[in-house]
Design a protein around this ligand. Structure first.
Ligand SMILES: *Cc1c(COP(=O)(O)O)cnc(C)c1O
Length: 465
């Protein structure tokens, strides 16, 4: 291969083997990674203001004369008090079940810190997630479950070296891998449950069907592995509270089957899928807790330790995103065609009259629309120089569509939103943006991830940080 480089201000083709150069590049990258992970963490300030004051204060800090082109970027306000309230609610309604936060949902460093100090455990799915939790310095490895049934060899070794013992599996190949790289692990058999009533059907990818669990337990026995219990996940965004009850019944069957294979299970992991606090009708956390708590108590004695892996439950309602309207396009409708449609008796469905472009989108925080099937509703934050957080806004509302800042047409946040007429420079906000948003945001097209500002509406949180 040929490496093309600049030499002494002129183009020159220098034939070299790329391979050694590449190795050097990779080596230096590894070194600089190590440097950043061991540098001391500087914590951001946590305020004690209500959300609307945070939004207002941040906006007022913008200097219109500033030469910083990033000054008016979209931003999040995270209310750590809401995370804390969710924790208290969990403890009140599911006192027997220990929560292990599924950090893929939102690995925000302050959220992790708060949950760690509240004694919550962590569901990690990769080496980096495990490392992030251990780097907090306050979490014992026995408060981590490596809940990914299909793991990279080196990650299993990493778990062993760092004394992370609990891990899930759902296939025989994984058992052989664990035998080789972490033979003393405490294994949890992830079973398949009915996820047809969930938005994100995790059963497509993971979970042992019940007609395979006997074989898996026999294999584990032969390998001399320590299987301690069962886990499941009813699917993320579950909208049927009975799904939890049915899954616990299945888990009971596998507990009984395990006894036939010489195991004595004492561990049940009921997974994630718990609704966030903003879900107030349909399947609420109260309903899930009532069904789950009573089924667990009916089928499992006190000798069984029960954990769960809630993700969106903790953070969904805790983050609010503020975005600026960076451009507006007025759609010129073809009046003649519209008249014709009306003549033909077609339903007069109101067409969007404006397209608003805002400074965060599908490739950023709104990736939840694509990956997590979320519906994000824009609300007016600042219009005509006045703040309107949770207030009625004067003026007639019309149909509009809302778009992200990239050049891709998939980058659409809402095709039909009822909004008053807004101008470039006005702001919109979106509530309940804490789950599966920042965590998968990209920098596609050169747009930065939106930064997070912290407040707490529960003063007690400050003591925990
Ligand atoms: C994603 C995931 C969770 C969290 O799901 P939520 O719906 O956010 O509660 C828990 N456990 C596992 C194994 C997951 O993959």
């Amino acid at each position: 291969m040929i490496d093309v480089s600049f030499q002494q201000d002129q183009f020159e083709v220098v034939p070299t083997l790329v391979q050694p150069a590449l190795v050097d590049v990779l080596k230096t990258r590894v070194k600089s990674d190590m440097k950043t992970s061991s540098s001391p963490l500087v914590l951001p300030p946590v305020h004690t203001l209500p959300i609307h004051e945070m939004l207002q204060a941040q906006h007022q800090s913008f200097d219109p004369e500033s030469e910083d082109a990033e000054a008016e970027n979209a931003f999040f306000v995270a209310d750590l008090g809401e995370v804390y309230r969710q924790h208290l609610r969990w403890k009140a309604l599911l006192p027997r079940i220990e929560p292990f936060f599924a950090m893929k949902c939102n690995p925000d460093p302050m959220v992790l810190r708060l949950l760690a100090s509240l004694g919550v455990g962590f569901d990690c799915a990769s080496k980096n997630e495990i490392q992030t939790v251990l780097d907090l310095g306050t979490v014992h490895p026995n408060r981590i479950i490596y809940a990914n049934p299909c793991k990279q060899n080196a990650f299993v070794q990493y778990a062993r070296r760092n004394s992370v013992m609990m891990m899930t599996f759902d296939n025989a190949e994984e058992l052989h891998k664990i035998k080789r790289f972490h033979p003393d692990a405490h294994l949890v058999l992830r079973i398949l449950t009915d996820d047809s009533k969930s938005l994100c059907k995790l059963g497509l990818k993971f979970g042992a069907p019940l007609d395979t669990t006997g074989y898996l337990l026999a294999t584990a026995r032969e390998l001399g592995l320590n299987v301690i219990g069962v886990s499941f996940h009813v699917g993320s965004g579950c909208f049927d509270a009975n799904a939890f009850g049915e899954a616990v019944v299945r888990a009971r069957r596998v507990f009984d089957q395990a006894t036939e294979h010489g195991y004595h299970f004492r561990f049940l992991d009921v997974g994630g899928g718990f609704p966030s606090a903003h879900v107030t009708d349909g399947i609420t956390f109260e309903k899930v807790a009532a069904i789950l708590g009573s089924t667990v108590d009916a089928l499992f004695g006190p000798e069984v330790r029960v954990i769960a892996e809630p993700g969106r439950y903790y953070v969904g309602s805790a983050f609010t995103l503020a975005t600026q309207v960076i451009a507006r396009r007025t759609i010129v409708h073809d009046v003649a065609a519209q008249d014709k449609e009306e003549e033909e008796g077609k339903e007069d469905k109101e067409q969007p009259a404006h397209m608003y472009y805002i400074n965060d989108g599908m490739y950023g925080s709104f990736n939840c629309i694509m990956f997590d099937h979320q519906v994000c509703e824009p609300q007016v934050l600042l219009k005509d120089g006045a703040f309107a957080y949770k207030q009625e806004v004067d003026g007639e509302r019309g149909m509009a569509s809302v778009w992200g800042p990239t050049c891709d047409s998939i980058d659409c946040i809402s095709t039909r939103a009822r909004l008053p007429l807004m101008e470039t420079g006005d702001w919109m906000y979106f509530e309940n943006m804490g789950a599966y948003t920042i965590t998968a945001a990209s920098q596609f097209n050169g747009f930065r991830r939106s930064e997070v500002l912290y407040t707490t509406t529960e003063p007690e949180v400050v003591l925990h940080l």
